[in-house]
Write a new protein. Structure first.
Length: 302
C-alpha cells in the first residue's frame, strides 16, 4: 500500500509539470510568467481559511518558525518563477529533470553550512545529476555551440533557491506538521504575490488576463495546486509507512513520468502537449532523465 502512495507523488508532480507547460503556452506565451504566479498566490491565499479550519493550531509555532516557513513560501515562488520562464521556451521533458538538481544543491549547502558529510555514493550521484543536466542542455546535435545557456541559468537559479529554502528549514529545525507548514508557506506565497502587484505592468496584465479568461486560468491553476498538494500528502503518508530514504528515492522518478507523459501527449493529445520525438532528441532526453533520477537516488539513499 505504501508503494502506491509513494508513486502517487511523482505521478502527480509530473502531471503538474505538463499543466504548467500548457498554461504557459496557452495563456502566457506573449506575457511574463510572473502573471501566472499572481494566480498561484491568489489561490494560496483563498485556501488559508480552509487550512486554518482543518488545523486550528497553526498559530502555535514560535515566531521564528513562522518566519522561516513564510520565507520558504517566498523563496519557493521565486524558484517557480525561474522555472516558468525556462518552460516558456523549452519542452517539459527537458526542464522537469533539471529540477532534481535541487537535491545536489541541498547537499552542497548542507555540507558547507550544516557540516554534513558527503559519502562516495552522494558524490557519484552528484556526478550523474551533472551529467544528466549537461545531456539535457545540449542541442539536438550535441555540440557545444548548441548548449542552452539560458535554460541552464534559469534552472540553476530555480534549484539553488529551492535548496536554500530546504536548508533553512533544516537549520532552524522546523518540525511542525504538514498543514501548519502548508499554511505559512501559502502565506509566504501571498506575500510574494503582493510584492508583484506593486509593479504597475504586472497589475495591468493580471487584470486583462483575468477579464479575458478568468474561469479557464483560475480553474486549471486551482486543479494544478490541488494535484501538487495531493502529491505532497501522498508522499508524506508513504513516509509514515516506509523508510523515508526509500520514499525519497521513489519521488525522484518524477522526471521519468514527465518524460513518459510527454510521449503519450504527443502521440494521443498533441493539442495539450507536444515533444520532439526524433531519434536524437528522444535518446538525449531519456539519457538525461535516467541519469538525473539515478543520481538523486544515490544521493538520497544512504
Amino acid at each position: 500500500m505504501w508503494l502506491l502512495f509513494a508513486f502517487c507523488g511523482p505521478v502527480c508532480w509530473a502531471v503538474s509539470t505538463h499543466i504548467d507547460k500548457y498554461l504557459v503556452d496557452r495563456y502566457f506565451r506573449d506575457s511574463d510568467p510572473a502573471i501566472l504566479m499572481l494566480f498561484t498566490a491568489l489561490l494560496g491565499v483563498v485556501l488559508l481559511p480552509f487550512i486554518w479550519w482543518v488545523e486550528p493550531s497553526i498559530l502555535k509555532p514560535p515566531l521564528r518558525a513562522i518566519a522561516v516557513m513564510t520565507a520558504s513560501g517566498v523563496l519557493y515562488m521565486g524558484a517557480i518563477l525561474f522555472y516558468l520562464r525556462a518552460i516558456q521556451s523549452e519542452e517539459a521533458s527537458v526542464v522537469a529533470p533539471l529540477f532534481q538538481a535541487s537535491t545536489l544543491f541541498t547537499f552542497l549547502l548542507a555540507f558547507f553550512f550544516l557540516h554534513e558529510r558527503l559519502g562516495v555514493m552522494q558524490l557519484l550521484g552528484g556526478g550523474m545529476v551533472v551529467g544528466g543536466a549537461l545531456s539535457l542542455s545540449l542541442g539536438g546535435e550535441l555540440r557545444a555551440k548548441r548548449f542552452k545557456w539560458r535554460l541552464m541559468t534559469l534552472m540553476l537559479a530555480a534549484t539553488f533557491v529551492l535548496a536554500l529554502a530546504s536548508v533553512l528549514f533544516k537549520y532552524f529545525a522546523i518540525q511542525d506538521d504538514f498543514w501548519t507548514t502548508t499554511f505559512w508557506t501559502f502565506a509566504g506565497e501571498g506575500v510574494f504575490g503582493a510584492l508583484l502587484l506593486l509593479n504597475t505592468n504586472y497589475r495591468r496584465q493580471f487584470g486583462e488576463l483575468f477579464r479575458q479568461n478568468p474561469g479557464a486560468v483560475v480553474g486549471v491553476n486551482a486543479a494544478n495546486e490541488l494535484i501538487n498538494l495531493g502529491g505532497g500528502l501522498s508522499v508524506r503518508y508513504a513516509s509514515l509507512l516506509a523508510p523515508v530514504a526509500l520514499v525519497s528515492a521513489i519521488s525522484s522518478t518524477t522526471t521519468i513520468f514527465v518524460f513518459a507523459f510527454g510521449i503519450l501527449l504527443t502521440l494521443f493529445l498533441p493539442k495539450f502537449g507536444r515533444e520532439n520525438l526524433s531519434a536524437g532528441n528522444f535518446t538525449r532526453k531519456a539519457l538525461g532523465a535516467f541519469l538525473i533520477a539515478g543520481g538523486v537516488i544515490l544521493i538520497e539513499v544512504r
